[in-house]
Design a protein around this ligand. Structure first.
Ligand code: PLP
Length: 460
């Protein structure tokens, strides 16, 4: 009889929770209408999507209109990066009637800049590289030896040209957790200082009764003070870390259903509505401008943060066209509900398993090295390098023995290259190409960790 296989690749994908499967069941062939249709079949499907969106919004602490369902986290990351760049180009060039790859600052054209951490998932990095080819400047933020983003470097890079900062919540290869609230705070302070400078300049202009400050100038300057936006890829984090967007101070947030025991083929992007900031800046300008406010009108749509990259029927509030994946969306919402409930207990349970495995492994194979620090790390991630051991060989042998682990790098059936994450942390190529990621989850018991440990020790 074939021995039971053990799955240690939860960071790549998770099994669908039975309760999620049950919640999805009515929406395959029972309630199958197009949610955009006017008849009752369509309205039933639309109600299900609405309910799911509401649940998701509650889990993130935001408005339901701020949730945009996509086909994957990769698509959500694309929408965040490309959508912000497109929005800014479209808006400013449309107003000014120009066609150039640049944005306007103080009536001058400048190249927009985005900042991403060097250890982002490929769906962010490859998109950033593509935008670079289109003329956007991209800064790749360095990380420490333990895999934490260099905040000083970020502070030094923030300037008038910066339109977006994208830093992931937790890394998919080494599980390191980034100081998201601190980064958000830094960005907020930067935006406020910009805003104050701009505001006092406008006040001065009005006080001096300079009449040539147009609506266009005001709208542009308000749009500018909302930059840079802060995007966070929280795909690996949602199972274990708090994800209320206001507490974190995030403008855009990516999630994936398949990483939280939901179905494949659904992701989402949270897109902050800019009304709060807009209300404040409008009031400040009105105060300084007194009687001249009548023609002053910043429309909410002008301050929309992102332009769609998939156009068509206008679903998802116009941010992502295409008929909604109704069963997927229902399942995703249910998966989020369950993940939130289990967050604390699973965090504790898995942290113990992680620490147990690492300490036992170090005893048995003292030369084994942990990639990334242990302190700020996801509870379900172990990433190790064993000098002298070829990573891929060990993975294949473990697979034959019934253990599914993953290479520490972006290695798949399609490509295999040294980990860009480990390289960014300063690891030499040998280590970056020969590490092992063990990621576990709800189905993992201590006995599974023991079995894997025995297998690794005997194979090494
Ligand atoms: N972001 C992170 C951090 C991930 O780990 C992944 C997948 O591993 C993605 C984005 C992309 O997710 P998907 O393949 O579901 O689009």
């Amino acid at each position: 009889m074939k021995a039971k296989r053990c799955y240690f690749d939860y960071a790549a994908s998770t099994p669908v929770d039975p309760a999620v499967e049950k919640a999805m069941k009515p929406y395959w062939s029972g309630v199958f209408g197009n949610p955009g249709a006017l008849h009752s079949f369509g309205q039933e499907a639309s109600a299900a999507v609405f309910k799911a969106r509401d649940l998701v919004a509650k889990a993130l602490g935001c408005d339901y209109k701020e949730i945009v369902f996509t086909g994957s986290a990769t698509e959500a990351n694309n929408l965040a990066l490309r959508g912000v760049v497109k929005r800014i180009m479209n808006k400013e060039l449309r107003i000014k009637g120009e066609k150039r790859n640049s944005i306007i600052h103080d009536s001058k054209f400048i190249i927009p800049k985005i900042i991403v951490s060097a250890i982002e998932h490929e769906s962010v990095l490859d998109t950033a590289r593509d935008l670079e080819r289109e003329g956007v400047e991209v800064v790749y933020l360095p990380v420490s030896k333990k895999g934490i983003v260099d905040l000083k470097a970020l502070e030094g890079e923030l300037d008038e040209r910066t339109i977006l900062v994208s830093v992931m919540y937790a890394n998919n290869e080494i599980g390191t957790i980034q100081p998201i609230a601190e980064i958000a705070n830094m960005i907020r302070n930067f935006r406020n200082s910009k805003h104050e400078a701009r505001n006092s300049k406008q006040t001065q202009n009005y006080k001096n009764k300079i009449q040539n400050v147009s609506d266009f100038d005001i709208r542009i300057s308000n749009f500018e003070t909302m930059r840079p936006l802060f995007h966070c890829d929280a795909v690996q984090a949602f199972n274990y870390l708090p994800c209320k967007v206001d507490e974190l101070g995030i403008d855009l947030l990516t999630l994936s259903s398949q990483k939280i025991y939901g179905p494949k083929g659904v992701g989402l992007l949270y897109i902050r509505r800019s009304t709060k900031h807009e209300a404040r800046s409008t009031k400040q300008i009105q105060n300084s401008k007194s009687q001249n406010v009548s023609n002053f009108d910043i429309r909410i749509s002008d301050l929309q943060l992102v332009s769609p990259i998939v156009t068509g029927g206008g679903q998802e509030f116009g941010f992502r066209s295409g008929t909604e994946n109704v069963p997927g969306i229902v399942g995703f919402a249910k998966a989020m509900e369950i993940a939130e409930k289990l967050r604390n207990s699973e965090n504790k349970r898995l942290s113990k398993l992680r620490d147990y495995f690492i300490s036992r492994l170090k005893k048995k194979i003292p030369k084994a090295q942990l990639n990334g620090g242990l302190k700020k790390r996801l509870p379900n991630n172990i990433n190790i390098h064993i000098p002298g051991v070829i990573g891929q060989e060990l993975i294949i042998k473990l697979d034959l023995a019934g253990f599914a682990v993953s290479p520490g790098s972006a290695c798949s059936a399609r490509v295999c290259k040294p980990s860009h994450v480990l390289k960014a942390m300063g690891s030499p190529d040998g280590r970056a190409a020969n590490s092992l990621r063990v990621s576990f989850g709800r189905g993992t018991k201590k006995r599974d960790m023991d079995k894997l440990l025995r297998a690794v020790v005997s194979l090494v």
